[in-house]
Write a protein that binds this ligand. Sequence first.
Ligand code: HEC
Length: 144
Amino acid sequence: MRGVRQRVLRIVSALRLSALGLSVLSLNAQAATDSNVAQSGPHIYERCAGCHSIEGNRTGPAHCGLFGRRAGTAPGYDEYSQAMRDSNIVWDERTLDWFLTDPMRAIPGTAMGYAGIKDAQERLALIAWLRTATRAGQACRLNR
Ligand code: HEC
């Protein structure tokens, strides 16, 4: 009887240890994901850089000051489609995620001829990086 009890106790403590091991593993995985996000943001933005830059208006509008700004209102950019001007969107994590998934479907008639980013993790990483990189007056200067 005592032997059985001891064996059960041993199994229980082994289980506890492996549970602890697992939670340490998942903490590490979380940290790895966070730093991947920081590293992959600029890398993913390279897909946008044919048309966009943070500070300068190019084929597409400059992204400095993007968060909290109404769509179609980047200073000094005159090439907006009527669809973008009329969209009434304010850019934030949620609206960017929706738009960047499939831009031409989200805003029919947009002048942004780009198929979108289908991978949710990539959108998340890009948008998290953009939030910091587009902070006007801190990370970048606004056009005037
Ligand atoms: C082929 C060129 C092109 C590429 C590639 C491109 N864009 Fe654009 N983007 C544009 C143009 C042009 C507009 C203006 C669209 C309009 O007025 O309908 C625009 C508009 C935008 C807007 C709205 C900005 C505002 O001021 O309202 C956002 C946000 C945006 N792009 C993000 C991105 C991101 C992020 C990527 C990369 C994942 C990207 N774009 C890739 C050309 C491009």
